[in-house]
Design a protein around this ligand. Sequence first.
Ligand SMILES: NC(=O)c1ccc[n+]([C@@H]2O[C@H](COP(=O)([O-])OP(=O)(O)OC[C@H]3O[C@@H](n4cnc5c(N)ncnc54)[C@H](OP(=O)(O)O)[C@@H]3O)[C@@H](O)[C@H]2O)c1
Length: 281
Amino acid sequence: MKKILILGADGMLGHDLAKVFAEYNPWLWDKTELDITDEKNVMEKITITKPDIIINSAAYTNVDGAEADNEIAYKVNADAVGFITNAAKVINAKVVQISTEYVFSGENKNGYNEEDKTNPINFYGQSKAAGEKILISSGVDYFLIRTSWLYGQASQKGKPRGKNFIDTILEKAKTNDDLKVVNDQFGHPTYTYDLSQAIKSLLWENYPTGIYHLINEGVASWYDLAKYALQIKNMNAKIKPCSSDDFPHIAQRPKFSILNNNKFPKLRNWQLAVEDYLNNK
Ligand SMILES: NC(=O)c1ccc[n+]([C@@H]2O[C@H](COP(=O)([O-])OP(=O)(O)OC[C@H]3O[C@@H](n4cnc5c(N)ncnc54)[C@H](OP(=O)(O)O)[C@@H]3O)[C@@H](O)[C@H]2O)c1
């Protein structure tokens, strides 16, 4: 049986990866078990453990924070990918690296294909794009998976479980019936459980290594997503569409977070996945 190591296992995606790969008894490591920016420890611990597959879901994911914390964001999202691939090379392990649509500018409303050139517009995107380049030139066998707008049962460590965009909107709608939600940014709301299942298929069904865009199908604005979640929960709160100018962020956001999946069977439509998530929470 293949031996699997999941890095960033306490994160939102890591939580569902752990669930989906449970039958393989994966090692579940987060910062406490291994800080991926510690080059020496990464080499030592990974080469002693000798996994066949390393799934790296660990990342610095605070998009606005990355504008100020350049150094740490780059270390986690770029340098550490090099530390992991160096260790993977020694033990001949395959690396699954999770990346993001933020490596693209988001100007193209037709979306981005797997082999399109990256051109990020904020520091988080730059650091993730640098990590991609390190992976691609490392010489290891890799799956580079870009995804977008994740939500799932768990959330970032330290925050209550399930505190993602959908849960936040539903919570706010309980007390505020005049919600404004951004209607000029578009993406693929993607369920971490569906993504984890797709990663498992990618590995077990002998797909060729390389770059994949794995997202729930269909495109939504944040407003569409909020409205749909309220509808599924039969909540009557009124929400109003607004412009992203009404919610300014430190880091610029891509307008069209749209990824075209040309290489893997399409995942289910985002509405079906949201419904499943909300009915099974
Ligand atoms: N969330 C999204 O909408 C989204 C969209 C597209 C792509 N992605 C990508 O998907 C992947 C998973 O994202 P996510 O939303 O599950 O992120 P997340 O919830 O923030 O999980 C990332 C995990 O990595 C850990 N980590 C951070 N620095 C580390 C270090 N130096 N050593 C070891 N572990 C470290 C974090 O711990 P701490 O919390 O303690 O820092 C956290 O548990 C990332 O690669 C992200 O870039 C996310």
